[in-house]
Design a protein around this ligand. Structure first.
Ligand code: SME
Length: 160
């Protein structure tokens, strides 16, 4: 049965705090990774109001391919090292980009995207997926987003 996501009004930390247990509950009864990542994208979009949220899959050690997402049509393939997603794939760490126009090699899937946060998701020590979240506002992500989203990506890593 589908669940309803409800996010309390409040600051960003309070929103994440209310959303994350709901996401854990949402995926706890399903084993299929694609189904769960699709619902996590929807829950993040609905709960946090992001412009674009989605997952890229490490198809090979050098190439990311678009997976479940919510938002406008996106680039399907991102080579390792290219753009923010490719940099996270290569560097194996979260990147917060306050202004995408100032990021060398940024891949503009949508000209409306102004800032972003991208996080690696590890499976047996390798980057298996990346979570990419884009905003149509500058400076929309900070260490609060990083803190809560890293809790989420750790949880996702355990379910892969
Ligand atoms: N901007 C990203 C590409 C993915 S999309 O924005 C959905 C990047 O530079 O990696």
């Amino acid at each position: 049965m589908a669940e309803q996501i409800s996010v309390i009004e409040g600051n960003k930390a309070q929103k994440y705090q209310s959303l994350l247990p709901q996401i854990e509950a949402l995926v706890s009864t399903e084993q299929d990774v694609i189904a769960n990542l699709a619902n996590i994208s929807a829950a993040l979009k609905e709960g946090m109001g992001y412009f674009w949220v989605g997952f890229y899959h490490a198809e090979t050690p050098d190439m990311l391919v678009l997976g479940p997402f919510q938002g406008p049509v996106a680039c399907t393939r991102i080579p390792k090292g290219k753009g923010v997603c490719g940099a996270v794939f290569e560097q194996r760490k979260t990147l917060v980009v306050p202004n995408v126009d100032e990021f060398p090699g940024h891949i503009a899937c949508s000209s409306a995207s102004k800032s972003e946060i991208v996080l690696p998701i590890f499976k047996r020590g390798k980057v298996a997926w990346v979570l990419d979240i884009d905003s149509d506002q500058l400076n929309d992500f900070d260490e609060v987003d990083q803190h809560w989203l890293e809790k989420l990506t750790s949880m996702i890593g355990l379910m892969l």
